[in-house]
Write a protein of this length. Structure first.
Length: 132
């Protein structure tokens, strides 16, 4: 399951299309869903199923890129960056700006976070949160 999700992340990085400014959690979830659907279509060569959507394990919250930057630095060990960061780099989170963080829990111990720039809806960072 994690391998399939990670391969989707790699595609998401390439499908990170710009959108309009994001002003609410609903808009952030909608923007990420659009990026996810585009990624599925690129991966499969087919139109994403109509029911390709996020579920109740997914939420969106407003933050700053510096807060996310610090959270990632405080969470990951140096040897975890390569396997955890799926799109962008820590440098992608600088300079500090308003972002929307899409959080998805895979289970009680792990999940992923996608970071969208609030100004244009572009995916700037995506990481797998390690267990523990």
């Amino acid at each position: 399951m994690r391998t399939a999700i990670i391969s989707l992340f790699v595609l998401l990085a390439h499908a990170a299309c710009a959108a309009d400014a994001i002003t609410s959690s609903e808009e952030a979830l909608s923007a990420f869903t659009a990026i996810m659907r585009k990624s599925i279509e690129q991966r499969t060569g087919k139109k994403a199923p109509a029911d390709s959507k996020l579920d109740e394990r997914t939420s969106a919250s407003s933050s700053t890129s510096l807060e996310v930057h610090e959270r990632v630095k405080d969470t990951l060990l140096p040897n975890q960056y390569a396997s955890s960061v799926q799109a962008g780099t820590l440098g992608s989170l600088l300079p500090d700006r308003k972002v929307w963080v899409i959080s998805h829990s895979v289970d009680v111990f792990s999940g992923f976070q996608a970071v969208l720039d609030a100004k244009d809806g572009k995916l700037i960072f995506l990481w797998w949160i390690p267990e523990g």
